[in-house]
Design a protein around this ligand. Sequence first.
Ligand SMILES: *Cc1c(COP(=O)(O)O)cnc(C)c1O
Length: 422
Amino acid sequence: MKISNSEAWFARAQEHIPGGVNSPVRAFRGVGGVPLFIARGEGSRIFDIDGNSYIDYVGSWGPLILGHRPPFVTDALREVIECGTSFGAPTAREVEMAELLTKIVPSMEMVRLVNSGTEATMSALRVARGFTGRDLTIKFEGCYHGHVDSLLVKAGSGMATLGIADTAGVPAGFANTTIALPYNSIAAAERAFAEYDDKIAAVIVEPVVGNMGCVPPAPGFLEALRALTARHGAVLIFDEVMTGFRVSFGGAQERFKIQPDMSTFGKIIGGGLPLAAYGGRADIMKKIAPLGPVYQAGTLSGNPLAVAAGLAMLKYLLAHPEVYETLEARSAQLTAWTPPGVTINRVGSMFTFFFTDRPVTDWESAKRSDTGKFAKFFHFMLERGVYLAPSQFEAGFVSAAHTEDDIRHTVEAAREFFDRPV
Ligand SMILES: *Cc1c(COP(=O)(O)O)cnc(C)c1O
């Protein structure tokens, strides 16, 4: 496989961009080697600048549930671009988007659009604090909620990949407002509430974790968080930036039938453009300026292009519920075998091959994975035209554009890896 163009651009990139990338996990530090520079995408495939083609299981880290460049999304963008790219004034599509979102996610009575998942979780947390008049937050080890100062404590995704437990640059005063507990431990959550009780503003959780690899909630875990927060007057925030419109059209809250007080969305919501949202109960959301005292704003919030792409995406999914059956079937096809020494976790079209033979239920068990072996697997697959996330601690995504042939090729390549004499 020739990647000399990627190599040359990566060398250039490192001169003026830290690590050569605009987001750390893209740098391939978890697997070694040179990140591929991508020229274009089409359906289930991406093409690098050396002309190699790959079946893509990253999907821009989650947004591309219908694959690259679905025509109705590019058509919507073309239509809007004729009218302007940004006004900083209300537009009709933002209202349509809010109406659609509150219909798809009934726990969300009111919603604000922002530009990234990070902004969504940061804002949701601020509103939860403003609403409760409390400061502390409970989060779970290995969950990632964007690069919000107070939430970068024992966080997943790139922090897990790079082995950074707690980032530099966050004042202790911020980090100390966060209580990090083991995922799936009801006992730990009960103990924290017993100890801090009416100081806890919010519990924020990935209802299915994607950011330490895919880890499903244990039976009763989300129910326990719902009951505990209700009993103690804390706000339950489901961070559905990854799971929203992914594990079910209505997100994990629909799949597991639990109503959080607030939710955050990103990734799929923007159809591949920078868009995210946070929302929840009306009494909580009415604390936001100009109605209330909690300030949150954005020059490009509700950007016309991003909203048009997102609306096109969500309307398509609304009209085509069978997409989720296809995703389930393709994902089952991909994971319907157990390689030796590997634990496969999957919820809907999110999956991870963990290189450990023990069950993975939290960060302690995820980090037992053999990351060296994962790195070998990653490069073996890349050589065979399969593009996986370049880290053990990320979820893979199947899209509706993946064909049975794509999946068959992927499974055959993976089997070849595990059948090799070591
Ligand atoms: C990706 C992600 C975020 C951060 O979103 P950005 O758009 O990258 O800021 C937050 N929470 C979860 C669960 C995510 O997967």
